[in-house]
Design a protein around this ligand. Structure first.
Ligand SMILES: [Zn+2]
Length: 92
């Protein structure tokens, strides 16, 4: 049972890390090509992808949350470090 929780945490950590490192993924509509084919089969006409507006990528769902969490954790670590520093300085 504990193992399942640990695996869950590990999966969540890996997922968050991947979102942190790569917040953008290839656009699903154009697969990163920035163009989609319009028109008929005999006369295909490439147009700018309407889903990503020609960017070729999309923000992965959850990446904003991941960045918020990382910022929060960093702020907390920074706060703790400053607290430790203050204690050290007060001791001297
Ligand atoms: Zn697209």
């Amino acid at each position: 049972m504990v193992n399942v929780v640990l695996i869950g945490f590990a999966v969540a950590a890996v997922w968050l890390a991947s979102l942190w490192l790569r917040p953008f993924g290839a656009c699903r509509r154009c697969h990163g090509t920035r163009m989609v084919m319009r028109g008929t089969k005999r006369k295909p006409r490439p147009v700018q992808c309407p889903a990503c507006k020609g960017a070729g990528r999309r923000q992965r769902p959850g990446s904003k949350v991941a960045h918020r969490i990382v910022r929060k954790v960093r702020a907390e670590l920074d706060r703790q470090r400053k607290n430790r520093q203050r204690v050290i300085e007060e001791d001297q």
